[in-house]
Design a protein around this ligand. Structure first.
Ligand code: MTE
Length: 320
């Protein structure tokens, strides 16, 4: 297993050329392990060139790690995106049926400046940065992925949330003709897929909206063109392909919480001390790529301890 350790410290700025060079090393190492029949490493040719260019030209890396990056191949082939089906390979298999462009997000509810924002207005070069983040799924697997995007709070503030805005709701796209999982009459999800955060969680600088990964525009299977990343929470909080953001006063009903409230709480902070009713959360399978899956201990808040103060007065075993 070729390990690529990124020596960067937090707040390091990595020139794009250097980053791309590193990615070439990772890809080359990974490619050697793939059969010659393997599909192309990346399949998002549907993304408009202006978007690919903005992502490719992002040079500011605000968060890094010394952990091994997950192979791009694995991060784009092993997915949870029930709009495409429940199998881990369904999203990549059916990704080409979804054409997200052009795209807009409607922002509404408890705010003084509700409105609709286009992807073009949202994705400005100035706002974009790269963050290498851990993604910990509630199913106890995890990945380390370089994302490109913008701080969620920066976007939210543009719409001037008012004092009744205690929570923020995120709604994913509904397009039955393009998303075959939404046509499944036996699906337990009442579409759209809905997630939510408390307003202080949403405004935390770690909350991120990604439009790219591995230096390219997001592919459909990872939530093109724009998805949430809340890295200290289980992956299902990070809603994909977002079309609506709503400021609300009361804690919203969310997709997984509705489906099974005992198993999936509203908060869903990564917590090794609170088992899922059917499995332990003390460890996780780190999918580092190249066929390397390692069992490692899970860290509180997925290692992002800076969010602890958001919950200082809460018993996180009760508010799971
Ligand atoms: N968002 C939508 N709209 N639909 C989904 O099924 N799955 C969630 C989350 N966001 C999901 C979603 C789950 S369970 C996880 S673990 C992550 O997306 C997976 O993100 P990835 O496929 O990019 O790794």
């Amino acid at each position: 297993m070729a390990k690529l350790l990124l020596p960067d410290t937090e707040n390091d700025v990595t020139p794009k050329a250097l980053f791309l060079n590193r990615r070439t090393i990772i890809k080359t190492a990974g490619a050697a392990m793939l059969s010659s029949a393997a599909p192309a490493l990346f399949a998002n040719s549907a993304a408009p060139s202006w978007l690919n260019k903005k992502v490719q030209n992002t040079v500011y890396r605000s968060m890094s790690t010394d952990e091994t990056l997950t192979e791009q191949y694995d991060a784009t082939r092993y997915n949870n995106f029930y709009e495409f089906g429940t199998g881990k390979d369904d999203p990549a298999k059916y990704a080409s049926e979804f054409n997200p462009y052009p795209w807009e997000i409607a922002v509404e509810g408890e705010c003084d400046a509700p409105g609709v924002i286009s992807l073009e207005d949202l994705v400005t070069s100035k706002a974009l940065e790269e963050r290498i983040l851990r993604l910990r799924c509630v199913e106890a697997w995890s990945m380390v992925i370089p994302w490109t995007g913008l701080e969620l709070g920066t976007l939210l503030k543009r719409f001037k949330p008012n004092s009744r805005a205690k929570y923020v709701v995120f709604e994913s796209v509904v397009r039955k003709e393009e998303l075959r999982g939404q046509k499944d009459r036996f699906s337990f999800i009442d579409w759209p897929y809905v997630e939510g955060l408390r307003i202080d969680e949403a405004m935390h600088p770690l909350s991120f909206l990604a439009v790219g990964m591995y230096g390219e525009a997001l592919p459909p299977q990872n939530g093109a063109p724009i998805r949430l990343l809340v890295p200290w929470k289980y992956g299902f909080k990070s809603a994909k392909s977002i079309v609506k953001i709503r400021f609300v006063e009361k804690e919203p009903k969310t997709t997984w919480n509705i489906s099974n409230p005992k198993e999936y709480g509203f908060y869903s902070n990564v917590n090794p001390n609170k088992s899922h009713p059917r499995w332990s959360q003390a460890t996780e399978r780190r999918i580092a790529g190249n066929g390397n899956i390692e069992r490692i201990p899970t860290s509180m808040f997925n290692g992002y301890g800076e969010v602890a103060s958001l919950y200082s007065d809460m018993d996180l075993k009760l508010f799971y």
